[in-house]
Write a protein that binds this ligand. Sequence first.
Ligand code: ADP
Ligand code: MG
Length: 250
Amino acid sequence: MNVQSEILRDHKPRSTPAFLSVWDMHAYYGESYIVQGLSFNVHEGEILALLGRNGAGKTSTLRSIARTGSPMVTQGEIWLDHQPLHKMSSYEAAAAGLGLVPEDRRIIPGLTVEENLQLAQIAPPIGWSIDRLYDLFPRLGERRKQEGITLSGGEQQMLAIARALARDIKVLLLDEPYEGLAPVIVDEIEKTLSLIKEQGITTIIVEQNALRALKLADRAVILDTGGIVFDGTAEEVLQNDALREEYLAI
Ligand SMILES: Nc1ncnc2c1ncn2[C@@H]1O[C@H](COP(=O)(O)OP(=O)(O)O)[C@@H](O)[C@H]1O
Ligand SMILES: [Mg+2]
């Protein structure tokens, strides 16, 4: 990182309140110390790309924020819109507005597309209506009666995102949403994520496809062995060849 961006970072306007704030977060899998004191902010309505090499700790960071219990967060604070997530169970954090879309998508076998969405709305707080979700993802509307797990990979990813929005969420946490998908499907999901942003939802996207994520994101945080090595704009990362080569291998 050059000196100028260092200075710019130090002079970030303090008046912009963080919507999601992670402060000095540490987390372990058993004895393994993985998340090593992370602090970063996400502003309301922005898309933050959380990047870094394989094994850098991106999934662990999302799972820590979502209060999954694995890894176990031992220290630090996580605030979402003035609510202390660090004091909550995963269930409470979801009710407080956190929507985690894990890498494996977890579509429920034996249920149709529509039933997967209905199940997400079985308890309040309810988010987008199913009709509105079909407007956002027309492919899901066309396949509403099809069993969810028989959808293509891209459609399953859309269903996983739609299911998160079916609840009343403030922040969408996406773990490798483009993984294994053809570029045309990535285009489609990328457009949808922009539309979701226009609706005021805040997003953290973890992606191995860093260039695609940076194209979409406003800001980026780069992790390396469980610590933060960069926090700045997506544009800065795109312009900094050395940074991308060292931490993203692109
Ligand atoms: N369930 C687990 N138990 C023990 N170690 C794990 C577990 N999951 C991930 N790790 C380790 O934590 C580190 C970070 O992994 P992860 O968060 O999955 O990275 P990323 O998502 O950036 O690829 C890696 O060294 C990985 O081997
Ligand atoms: Mg991962």
